[in-house]
Design a protein around this ligand. Structure first.
Ligand code: OOG
Ligand code: MG
Length: 257
């Protein structure tokens, strides 16, 4: 199989926001290694077209997320400048079937890249932690995929929004931060930071380890999304999503055409 061709195919579906069949239906022998290669090639294509690598995301770091998509292990994806929402507004045009999830974002102040990384190393290298929202959008029909498919599709990355207020890493017990997500006023999900691998810092540890196997590193200024704390909820134009992070404020996002 031609990984470059598959990367071009996925990139095109990401650009146009049109659903596609799972790659593994056509190529059942694709491995996770192939999938990360396809992801990297896809992103190289977007970078060549003028986009910028601004960070990384971890996905499927909470049990709730793993159960909801039927994939049982954490994955990583690449965040591009074009994915960052500057205002708390999401336009669904050009997206396939977006879903929203609450996350905690780490912003790096130092380079981090080592297999032997510890939570202490992560704290030393972190500038701040910011309550955040991710909008994921699988390019696969029915939001249904295997581990290999979702990795190839850049871990369903679509858009993300970081709140205005950053917090010192030592300002909160990030595992104990409670989250309440409302859609159009009704509570749709609740959770706490501990849902993410016991503590969100562990997600940055795991990401650093996974990247270091490929000789990749976290650079100063990069954003790391540590993974959805709750299940993701579908959104459509007209919805208003409010995510309250206990003691740290709330984010309100408007969804439009
Ligand atoms: C995969 C992406 C998962 C997260 O935070 O768990 C993710 C998916 O659910 O489509 O972003
Ligand atoms: Mg996520």
């Amino acid at each position: 199989m031609d990984l470059e061709e598959l990367a071009k195919r996925i990139a095109e579906h990401q650009r146009r926001g049109v659903a596609m069949k799972k790659l593994t239906l056509e190529y059942p022998d694709l491995t996770v290694e192939h999938a990360y290669r396809i992801q990297a090639l896809t992103v190289e294509g977007h970078l060549a077209a003028g986009d910028r690598l601004v960070g990384w995301k971890m996905g499927l770091t909470s049990r709730a997320k793993q159960v909801s998509v039927g994939v049982e292990e954490p994955i990583y994806g690449r965040l591009l400048g074009s994915m960052e929402l500057r205002e708390p507004r999401l336009s669904v045009s050009g997206l396939v079937h977006p879903r929203v999830e609450p996350e905690l974002a780490f912003v790096m102040k130092e380079r981090l890249g080592s297999k032997a990384v510890t939570p202490r190393d992560v704290w030393n290298a972190t500038e701040c932690v910011i309550p955040a929202v991710e909008f994921i959008d699988s390019r696969y029909e029915n939001f249904s995929f295997t581990l290999v498919d979702v990795v190839a599709d850049n871990a369903s990355s679509s858009k993300f929004y970081l709140g205005d207020q950053g917090f010192s890493p030592y300002d909160a017990r990030w595992d104990e931060v409670g989250v309440v997500m409302r859609k159009n006023g009704a509570v749709v999900q609740t959770g706490a930071g501990a849902a993410v691998l016991g503590h969100p810092v562990r997600s940055v540890v795991m990401l650093t380890q996974m990247l270091s196997r490929e000789d990749l590193v976290l650079e100063p200024g990069m954003v790391v999304l540590t993974g959805g704390i709750t299940e993701a909820i579908p959104v459509t134009a007209g919805d208003v999503v409010q995510i309250a992070f206990d003691g740290l404020g709330a984010l309100e996002l408007r969804i439009s055409e």
